[in-house]
Design a protein around this ligand. Structure first.
Ligand code: CA
Length: 264
């Protein structure tokens, strides 16, 4: 399996299997910060688990961890919304009956705010009308408890595959076009060079034109969520993007973040 060994950012081979073995012996609490999450970022997707039942939550967290996903676990509806606001997830696993805020309301708020991660509802409610309400509210899939973990994993893989496809389509906004598969950039009819980080930053801002994206979310899109970066890094890239696209293309919303102009 030598060929599959991941390569660390500094170019050295990591002993990935040994590291994972050591991690799996660590307690749940000590897993997330620093060392552990650095290894996980190499090959994993980030999932938000929203579940108030401690036993179900622990077994899901454990199982997903072993499948090499990065997990954040929210135990109630308010904690879930706090985590959604602060982070970007590839997928959300959502229980419906929750303390403080119901799952359906969380889902509706998330879709109203243009949240685009795949959402899978996991709940004991199994009537057809519950499923329809959940899917109408913007869920992508629905699994009734109790379920088999292997079935959950198979459906997660299918959802994640599907949700990743649209990211490669070309994006147009106010005379700017970005092609994520070829990395080509055209602005006002002329081809333009953007560095890898400038490109990623522009993609993050154009994910929902007009919506303000916080600086921490931009940092996360550029570097992953656990990496330490210089506090003014985003400002530096915004500055260089404005030089290329004009001062007005990216707006600064003081104390909140950045957004792209909606119209020129
Ligand atoms: Ca519940």
């Amino acid at each position: 399996m030598l060929a599959k060994k991941p390569v660390a950012p500094d170019g050295k081979n990591l002993n990935y299997d040994a590291a994972l073995g050591a991690l799996e012996k660590m307690s749940l609490k000590s897993r997330l910060p620093g060392f552990a999450s650095h290894f996980y970022k190499l090959k994993s997707m980030r999932i938000l688990l929203i579940e108030d039942d401690p036993m179900i939550g622990e077994s899901l967290e454990e199982g997903l961890f072993k499948e090499k996903y990065q997990i954040d676990w929210a135990r109630d509806g308010l904690e879930a919304e706090t985590l959604i606001a602060a982070n970007s997830y590839h997928l959300i696993l959502l229980d419906l009956g929750l303390p403080k805020k119901q799952g359906l309301e969380i889902l509706q708020n998330y879709r109203n705010a243009k949240g685009r991660a795949a959402v899978m509802i996991i709940t004991a409610r199994d009537s057809t009308s519950d499923r329809i309400v959940g899917l109408d509210a913007g869920a992508d899939d629905y699994l009734v408890k109790p379920f088999d973990l292997d079935e959950l994993f198979a459906r997660l893989r299918a959802l994640l595959r599907r949700s990743l496809v649209p990211e490669n389509r070309e994006i147009f906004h106010l005379g700017l076009s970005l092609n994520p598969s070829t990395h080509e950039v055209v602005y006002q009819g002329n081809s333009l060079h953007l560095s890898v980080h400038e490109f990623k930053l522009m993609l993050a801002l154009l994910d929902e034109p007009g919506r303000v994206v916080s600086k921490s979310k931009l940092e996360e899109k550029l570097y992953g969520w656990d990496e330490e970066i210089e506090s003014n890094t985003i400002e530096v890239y915004i500055h260089s993007l404005r030089k290329k696209l004009g001062q007005e293309f990216i707006k600064n919303v003081r104390g909140v973040g950045y957004k792209v102009a909606n119209k020129s």
